[in-house]
Design a protein around this ligand. Sequence first.
Ligand code: CA
Length: 219
Amino acid sequence: MRLLLVEDEERLGRALQRGLQSEGFAVDLAGDGASGLELALHGEYDAMILDVMLPRLSGYRVVRALRAERNWMPVLMLSAKDGEYDQADGLDCGADDYLTKPFSYVVLLARLRALLRRGAPERPSVLTVGTLRLDPACHRVSRGGHEVSLTIREYALLEYLMRRPGEVVSKTEILDHVWDASLDTAPNAVEVYIGYLRRKLGRDLLETVRGAGYRLRTP
Ligand code: CA
């Protein structure tokens, strides 16, 4: 297994490199974001360990650029920040997992092995279905290039349907995945919100499949 390690703190970088090599990994080390991205795009790596705060190009930007090139290598991000928002930022921009510094080397290895087992399935960070586009990183939705403003619930419903384009999704599945189980949800909530989405995004987009559920039409 070949790993790419992008870390600008030299001592930490070297120590991690040595540790991972002693586990049998081949490890290339880059000291800044730009050279890390360059290596990532042109090398054959099984996973990348990526610091967030890097000279030349931040870890967030590296992983975004990588996903934009449709490169799905597993990415484990490292950061000294520990705010919830940073973690969400990292995951939204396309990273697969996140560790806060200082971290335990044993935990790093365990997380890394879990990522390697999962491999690199295709998972674009921006969802597109026809002219419909949803960017989870900034919670933006547009259709045909026009931005559409959605409430949190409408957005969650649309995101769920966009992750299963062309499939019939039952009302129960939608309730389970989009509505908080602790909330007392009105039985017709799904119909009501499908109606809101139709109004905002166009009536042609969401098809009602009688007795079965709803389907997001694909072009
Ligand atoms: Ca750093």
